[in-house]
Ligand binder design. Structure first.
Ligand code: NAD
Length: 295
């Protein structure tokens, strides 16, 4: 309740995103091996990187390394920042038509002058491993099992499952309404029968709303936004925030203080982050399985 001192738990379970991601990668490796043995199919992921943004270069390199480790072929297409829209569109069309490519990852953000929404819509929805095509977003909003689910929200759901969070009927708060994280996550939680409250930068009393929740997922990009007094005793708290500060990488949750109140909480780093790449591999192998008729 507002104003009361939170009951201090002995210490929250720290949800280990690295271990969870390792388990997903192992599952992916098994699917890759089965596809090769049963269908002679090697899953392939195309990565398209436009421009020289160092953070994007690093993300794409990590994704390609993870593919190699899982036995997924990756086809890398680095393009200069000045690439005309027509050229990028032609590349995406060619990848859509290439049977060796089961998934297409267009690294965002795109340089100024290129329309990210238009390019995302150009990708064949069946190869949209980021789950950002409006068709997949629409399917997810409709609760369809055929939707390709964006990687970070899919990873959050796996972590909630691993943490043993009871979702059916439970009050759950999502902080953040981006198309990449907040919106798909709210749909997923609704699909798991949680009673979802969706908060954002215009929410009046975020603390009061969070205090009512058994599950809080923070995806705002605001360091330390979720404090211990906002968390009800025994809640499960997932921190999607990845913020570079002078103190290093930090989440949206005041981890030390919230650990004293919550039942389970994810750290940053080592929580949601590792799951995002693991779920990308999962989406890529799912796309290959569907294309091979085994999905
Ligand atoms: P975004 O900037 O697109 O959206 C942020 C959302 O948070 C907005 O909907 C906004 O309304 C809300 N918000 C902002 N300030 C708020 C406040 N004070 N109170 C309540 N709501 C507020 O960001 P995004 O792409 O959704 O990413 C969110 C965070 O998650 C960022 O820190 C990002 O780096 C991180 N992220 C991490 C991963 C991962 O793999 N771990 C993946 C994607 C995003």
């Amino acid at each position: 309740m507002a104003g009361e001192r939170p009951v201090r738990f002995a210490g929250a379970e720290v949800i280990d995103g690295r271990a969870a991601a390792a388990a997903v990668r192992e599952r992916v490796r098994q699917h890759v091996a089965a596809l090769a043995a049963e269908r002679g199919v090697e899953p392939g992921l195309a990565t398209v990187l436009v421009g020289e943004d160092p953070a994007s270069e690093l993300y794409v390199r990590r994704k390609r390394e993870a593919c190699a480790e899982a036995g997924i072929r990756s086809f890398h297409h680095p393009l200069p920042a000045q690439t005309p829209a027509s050229e990028l569109a032609a590349l995406l069309d060619a990848l859509n038509d290439d049977p060796a490519v089961h998934g297409i990852l267009l690294q965002l953000p795109l340089p100024a002058g290129l329309d990210a929404a238009a390019m995302t819509q150009r990708i064949d929805p069946a190869k949209d491993v980021d789950g950002l095509h409006p068709l997949n977003a629409g399917l997810l909003a409709q609760g369809s099992p055929d939707a390709v689910v964006p990687c970070t929200p899919a990873g959050v759901m796996e972590l909630l499952h691993i943490a043993g969070a009871e979702l059916a009927g439970a009050p759950a708060v999502v902080i953040g309404r981006s198309t990449l994280v907040g919106r798909p996550l709210a749909s997923l939680l609704l699909g798991a029968n949680a009673t979802v409250t969706h908060c954002h930068s215009r929410t009046r009393d975020l603390a009061a709303v969070c205090r009512e929740a058994e599950v809080v997922v923070a995806a705002a990009g605001v360091p330390g936004l979720v404090t211990a007094d906002m968390v009800s005793p025994g809640a499960t708290v997932i921190d999607v925030g990845t913020n570079r500060t002078d103190e290093g990488l930090t989440g949206d949750v005041d981890f030390d203080a919230v650990s004293g109140v919550a039942r389970a909480v994810t750290p940053v780093p080592g929580g949601v982050g590792p799951m995002t790449i693991a779920m990308l591999l999962d989406n890529a192998v799912r796309a290959a399985r569907r294309a091979a008729g085994t999905g």
